[in-house]
Design a protein around this ligand. Structure first.
Ligand code: XMP
Length: 318
């Protein structure tokens, strides 16, 4: 029988014993696991925990600034690193999904390694690995840790990966992590966030990625996600997002013919991401969101809703 408060007490004591006065570096992703891991480590060793939060330029609209702010408010010793340009450069000209994932994983490792080198005498790498990640080698929803794991055999080990690893959540399931987060007083909004893939919007922009496409998708995604929140639907959905399709469609605006982008809205119910059903969102809601997107986001003239379940479709399109 799992008791979050007892777990917190035990693990904090264990971390203190294990780490002593050593320094730990940890990559925050904005997700639940890395955040809870960081707060536990911070409770145990204070500012000897050095957190790094990387902006890969593929996060949701305003996410980097707002989440970084939240982390600071929580008292974490965190450095925000805006590496957007580096990631976008690494992605330039790539249109194949796995090539995009590899480029992002490699850029992440380089940025993280550079940052880790700026710190002296770090002995440990903190990670938000949870029990299901331990069983499967690649996490479905983990950000940095999943990225690292699936790419650590490419081109030799970066220095930070030679550090000793400390994983305070490695025996916990997702719902237990949330309960621990609640006990630690972490914001409900953060704990209730939908999963978001490590490669971010890069795998929701089908085909090649440009800064213009990223900003169109960020705008559309923000309208959809805020709409779900305003209509009390966000917490009823396991994951939601928008896909920017690599096709233009014909439309009319006033007397003008338009030839602009198509976006697909996606919202699924699931327990672990392995299987998923599309959510029967109310027509009224879909109508409102579609109108708002087409009226407000320049460059988009058509919205469609994805009604495929997994299997045989997947949650993401790439
Ligand atoms: P699929 O598309 O495989 O997605 O049905 C299942 C879950 O995994 C997430 N996903 C990823 N997460 N790196 C990640 O960290 C990735 O490359 C990746 N691809 C898919 C997806 O968002 C969903 O939650």
């Amino acid at each position: 029988n799992f008791t979050p408060s007892a777990f917190v007490e035990e693990i904090v004591e264990e971390l203190k014993q294990k780490i002593g006065n050593d320094k730990v570096v940890l990559g925050l992703s904005g997700g639940v696991d890395s955040t809870v891991a960081a707060v536990l480590l911070n409770k145990a060793i204070g500012d000897n925990l050095y957190c790094i939060f990387v902006n890969n330029g593929l996060l949701r609209k305003n996410e980097f600034e707002s989440v970084l702010h939240q982390y600071k408010d929580m008292g974490l010793n965190v450095k925000g690193v805006d590496a957007s340009a580096r990631f976008l450069d690494a992605l330039a000209g790539l249109d194949e999904p796995e090539a995009k994932r590899k480029a992002i994983g490699k850029a992440f490792i380089e940025v993280f390694d550079d940052e880790a080198h700026l710190l002296t005498d770090v002995k440990w790498l903190g990670q938000g690995t949870i029990y299901p990640d331990v069983i499967e080698s690649v996490s479905a929803t983990g950000g940095p840790s999943a990225t690292i794991k699936s790419h650590h055999n490419v081109g030799g080990l970066p220095d930070f990966m030679k550090l000793q690893v400390v994983e305070p959540l490695r025996m916990l399931f997702k719902d237990e992590v949330r309960r621990v987060g609640r006990t630690l007083g972490i914001d409900e909004e953060l704990l209730g966030r939908h999963p978001f893939p490590g490669p971010g919007l890069a795998i929701r922009i089908l085909g090649d990625i440009t800064p213009e496409k990223v900003s169109i998708l960020q705008e559309v995604d923000a309208i959809f996600i805020n709409g779900l929140k305003e209509h009390g639907l966000y917490d009823k959905v396991w994951q939601a997002g928008v896909i920017l399709l690599p096709v233009n469609s014909v439309g009319v605006m006033g007397d003008e013919r338009t030839y602009e982008k198509v976006v697909a809205l996606r919202a699924v119910e699931s327990t672990d991401g392995m299987t998923a059903d599309w959510v029967h969102l109310p027509y009224e809601f879909l109508m409102k969101v579609s109108n708002e997107i087409i009226n407000k986001v320049k460059g988009v003239n058509r919205v469609v809703y994805d009604i495929s379940s997994k299997p045989p479709a997947t949650i993401e399109w790439e």
